[in-house]
Design a protein around this ligand. Structure first.
Ligand code: GDP
Ligand code: MG
Length: 372
C-alpha cells in the first residue's frame, strides 16, 4: 500500500496529465477532493505522533502578527526594528530556532509580533520545522509576509500556506453542511451553481465520507470552496506583504518586484536602516482593523488620552471585558455617542456593535458603585 505521500503525488500527477474539459471536470473534482482528504489524514497522523501540530504561543496584546518568509529575508532584523525585541539575527539560515515575540505599541494598542523560523519549500509537508511554523500561523490575527531581493517567489510562499489549510485574505465559503445518520444526501442551493452543477457536489462530498445529510449552497461555490467546507479545518487569515532590503534596490528593480507580486500592494522597507518603518506600522494597524473607544464616566468628560482598543465588529460586551470587573458585573446598559449611535447618547445593550472613536458610558445597576 502506497504511503499517503505517494498517493498524493500520484493524484497530483494524474491531475497534471489530464486535460480539463467538460468531460473530465467531474473526475478532476473528485481527484482534488481525494487529495484534500489525504492531506487531512496526514495532518491527523502527524498530530497523533506529536508531530508539532498545536505548537502553542501565548497570545498577548490586542492582536498578534506573524512574520512569514523564507530564511534570511530579514524577519529577525525586522522584529528588532519594529519592537526592539532582540531576536538573534545572523547571516545564516535558521538562526531563529524558536518563536520570538516582540511588542509594538501603536496609539494605545499593543501588537504582539512573532518572529519565526523561515518557511522552506515543502514546509506544509513538514520540512524545516514547517509544521510548527504553520500551526502558529494558523492562530495569528494578521500575517506579515516578508520577501527580499534574493527570495522573490511570493507565490510559492502562498502555496505553502494554502497547502496547510490557511486561506490567505480569504473568507469562509457560504456553504452549510449538516451531517445525518441516514436518509441519503440532499443538495440544495439558493443560487444557480455554475461550477458545481450537474451532480458534481455529491461525489466530492462522498470522498469526505459524507453520505447522509444536507448541503446548502448560499453562493455559487467552486470545487475548492466545497472541499474547504467539507474539510472544516481551514482558517481565514488576513495578510499584507512587505519587501525588505529596499536599501539594496534601484527604482527599476522595485518596479519589477512590485509587478511580480500583483495583486498585492507591497510596502518597501529596510529593516536595517528603518526605511518605511512608519508606513509599515500604519499598514499593520489598518489591517488589524483597530477601533478606539473613549470611555466616559457618568457626568464627566470622556477619557480621550487612553482609548480602549477593540477590533472592528466588536460589541459593548467586548468593551466590558476590558473594563474593571464591577462594571461588567453590574452592567445595566450603555450610552453611546458617535458613529455607531443612531442619535447622540443612544442607550444600547451588550450586543451593540461599536465604531471607531465612539464615546461610551457604562450604566450600572443600583447598589454597584464602580471603582470601589
Ligand atoms: N541590506 C540589508 N540587509 C538586511 C536587511 N534586513 C536584514 N538584513 C540582513 O539579512 C541577513 C538575514 O537577516 P535575518 O534578520 O537574520 O533574517 P531571517 O532569517 O529572516 O530572520 C542578515 O545579515 C541581516 O543583517 C535590510 O533591510 N537591508
Ligand atoms: Mg531569523
Amino acid at each position: 500500500m502506497a504511503s499517503i505521500e505517494e498517493q498524493i503525488d500520484a493524484l497530483e500527477e494524474e491531475i497534471r496529465t489530464t486535460q480539463y474539459n467538460k468531460a473530465t471536470q467531474h473526475h478532476i473534482g473528485r481527484l482534488r477532493a481525494k487529495i484534500a482528504f489525504l492531506r487531512l489524514e496526514r495532518e491527523k497522523r502527524a498530530a497523533g505522533k506529536g508531530g508539532g501540530v498545536g505548537y502553542a504561543v501565548r497570545k498577548s496584546g490586542h492582536a498578534t502578527v506573524g512574520l512569514v518568509g523564507y530564511p534570511s529575508v530579514g524577519k529577525s532584523t525586522l522584529l528588532t526594528t519594529l519592537t526592539g525585541a532582540m531576536s538573534e539575527a545572523g547571516a545564516y539560515d535558521f538562526t531563529t530556532v524558536s518563536i520570538i515575540p516582540g511588542m509594538l505599541r501603536y496609539g494605545g494598542a499593543s501588537i504582539q509580533i512573532l518572529d519565526m523560523p523561515g518557511l522552506v519549500p515543502g514546509a506544509s509537508r513538514g520540512r524545516g520545522r514547517g509544521r510548527e511554523v504553520l500551526s502558529v500561523v494558523r492562530n495569528v490575527d494578521l500575517i506579515l509576509f516578508l520577501i527580499d531581493p534574493d527570495h522573490t517567489d511570493f507565490q510559492a510562499l502562498l502555496d505553502e500556506l494554502e497547502g496547510a489549510g490557511v486561506r490567505v485574505n480569504g473568507r469562509p465559503p457560504k456553504i452549510v453542511i449538516t451531517r445525518a445518520d441516514r436518509g441519503g444526501l440532499t443538495i440544495s442551493s439558493t443560487v444557480r451553481l455554475t461550477h458545481l452543477g450537474g451532480g458534481l457536489a455529491s461525489p466530492i462530498a462522498r470522498e469526505f465520507g459524507l453520505h447522509n445529510g444536507l448541503i446548502v449552497f448560499r453562493e455559487d461555490a467552486t470545487t475548492d470552496q466545497l472541499i474547504d467546507a467539507l474539510a472544516g479545518n481551514r482558517v481565514y487569515v488576513p495578510a499584507i506583504l512587505s519587501i525588505n532590503k529596499a536599501d539594496l534596490l534601484t527604482n527599476a528593480e522595485k518596479e519589477r518586484m512590485r509587478a511580480s507580486v500583483r495583486p498585492y500592494e507591497p510596502l518597501f522597507v529596510s529593516a536595517r536602516t528603518g526605511l518605511g518603518r512608519a508606513e509599515l506600522v500604519r499598514a499593520i494597524a489598518e489591517a488589524l482593523k483597530f477601533i478606539r473607544i473613549y470611555v466616559k464616566p457618568p457626568g464627566r468628560p470622556p477619557d480621550r488620552d487612553e482609548p480602549v482598543i477593540l477590533r472592528r465588529g466588536d460589541r459593548v460586551e467586548d468593551l466590558l471585558k476590558r473594563l474593571p470587573e464591577d462594571l461588567e458585573r453590574g452592567f445595566r446598559a450603555a450610552q453611546v455617542w458617535g458613529a455607531s449611535a443612531r442619535f447622540p447618547g443612544q442607550t444600547v445593550g451588550r450586543e451593540h456593535r461599536l465604531a471607531d472613536e465612539d464615546v461610551v458610558t457604562v450604566l450600572v445597576q443600583r447598589g454597584v458603585r464602580p471603582g470601589e
